[in-house]
Design a protein around this ligand. Structure first.
Ligand code: 5AD
Ligand code: SF4
Length: 463
């Protein structure tokens, strides 16, 4: 979500004549788009702001801004901690950034624009104060022309006890399907092949117009009709809302990726209850069975929080057991970080010591990595189809900007990264590859040539 927000702010400033620079010394304006999900993310911003104190003294005209969730959460506190900040803008006011910068440049002084807190008005007024920023886009507004994020929902109403998102991103609101489809059509006209639909609980998407309800499954059907779009993904899913109609739709529509990110967070029912996740381990297991039944070739990834309040060693071991049992494609693992203003911070002490959290994080990651590597090894010798995204990390590092032959990176329909030697004109194409090597996070492939093509095409293509 933040990547998309940053992209859109950059694009709106480009329209005003701004250019990006890598060098903070050259910049007239420095904006931080921030995250509040964990304390560490906020600490990094405050120390980056600290490093700019000097720059501001040298050039008082430099405009420094803090955007996004931390701006919404800390508001004036940011001015107090870093008095040289000029601009604070919450995620619901990003459309105002160009005007606010212009006002500051003209001498209007510091600006602060944030949304109402959840208890600062009726549901309708709070909703209105969180505006989704989705201007119609052109290809210059995206890092690659072949892929784009499309927001379909903002906010969240689930209120998991550890999570700050419902208070900084406001009430859950689904965007009208006509707007989403129009945006996707425009993206397709500009050559976009893959869209990734975004929402905090994307599978809870539901747009009501009178008696008519459009659910995510209905929206997928509408988007599937768009000719240029070849792949549709959606993140992030909420386990309780992984309904059969959605799984059926993903199975039946060939453009829908069978890659599902469905965070479980913990393998212990007591912890899940204290997190107020609204399901038990048994419910989650049942959901996984449903996914495997409808999408036998699909891949599922998860998030975990280790060291949540009161988590015992036995409870943590239940999480390890669940990872071993469910064999996720990969897992994103986080140490619990207490967020002021959440029910978790209010009601439960953050009592698992940091070294224990770190050890549990490493232990769980080691289990997951072993599984990911084993599963990736199973791809050896198999054919896969990737959307070529660009130069591989190694090629970027080596700064291979001139040569035609370069190492490229692509992604399979099920979100597996494949690195291969190719030609830069292949960027943006959907290509068949064969996999000859694999490690934990990456498959290594080679392009299927014309000569051997027909035999390999007769092999089943894995996703
Ligand atoms: N501490 C640690 N991890 C968190 N997440 C959300 N809130 C917290 C927190 N307070 C994790 C969850 C979520 C992911 C985006 O971040 O696992 O799925
Ligand atoms: Fe946070 Fe829970 Fe909403 Fe996800 S579902 S954004 S974890 S409150």
């Amino acid at each position: 979500m933040n990547v998309l927000d940053s992209e859109l702010v950059v694009a709106s400033l480009r329209k005003e004549g701004y250019e990006l620079t890598d060098n903070t010394g050259d910049a007239d304006t420095i904006l931080f788009n921030t995250c509040s999900v964990r304390q560490h993310a906020e600490d990094k911003i405050y120390s980056a702001l600290g490093r700019l104190k000097h720059a501001k003294r040298e050039n008082p005209k430099k405009i420094i801004g803090v955007l996004g969730c931390m701006a919404q959460k800390d508001q004036r506190l940011i001015f107090e901690r870093a008095p040289y900040v000029d601009l604070i803008v919450g995620p619901g006011q990003l459309h105002q950034v160009p005007q606010l910068i212009a006002d500051i440049a003209e001498g209007a002084g510091r600006q602060l624009e944030v949304s109402l807190g959840r208890k600062e008005g009726t549901r309708a007024t709070v909703e209105r104060s969180h505006e989704s920023f989705d201007p119609l886009r052109d290809a210059t507004m995206r890092p690659t022309p072949y892929q784009a994020y499309v927001r379909i929902q903002i906010g969240c109403d689930k209120f998991c006890t550890y999570c700050i998102v419902p208070s900084v991103r406001g009430p859950e609101q689904s965007r009208p399907p006509v707007e989403i489809v129009a945006e996707a059509k425009q993206l397709a006209d500009e050559g976009c092949k893959e869209i990734v639909l975004l929402g905090q609980t994307v599978n809870s998407y539901c747009y009501r117009e009178g008696d008519r309800k459009t659910r995510l499954s209905d929206l997928l059907h509408q988007l599937h009709e768009i000719e240029g779009i070849k792949r549709i993904k959606f993140v992030t899913n909420y386990p309780k809302d992984m309904t059969v109609d959605l799984l059926e739709t993903v199975r039946d529509l060939p453009k829908c990726s069978e890659y599902l990110h469905v965070p479980v967070q913990s393998g212990s029912n007591r912890v899940l209850e204290q997190m107020k996740r609204g399901y038990t381990v048994e419910d989650y297991r049942e959901m996984m069975e449903r996914i495997r039944k409808w999408l036998p070739d699909g891949s599922v990834t998860s998030d975990f929080i280790v060291g949540f309040c009161g988590e015992t060693e036995e409870e943590f071991q239940l999480t390890c057991d669940l990872v071993r049992e469910q064999r996720f494609k990969n897992s994103f693992i986080f140490k619990y970080s207490e967020r002021p203003g959440t029910k978790g911070a209010e009601n439960y002490p953050d009592d698992v010591p940091d070294d224990v959290k770190r050890r549990r994080n490493n232990e769980l990651l080691a289990i997951q990595n072993e599984i990911s590597e084993e599963d990736n090894q199973a791809f050896l010798g198999r054919g896969v189809e990737v959307l070529v995204e660009g130069l591989s990390k190694a090629a970027v590092k080596k700064n291979e900007t001139d040569s035609e032959q370069v190492q490229l990176t692509g992604r399979t329909m099920c979100d597996r990264i494949v690195v291969f030697d190719g030609n830069r004109r292949q960027i943006g194409e959907i290509l068949p590859l064969t996999v000859y090597d694999a490690n934990v996070h990456t498959l290594f492939g080679s392009v299927v040539t014309q000569h051997v093509g027909p035999e390999l095409f007769s092999l089943p293509v894995s996703s």
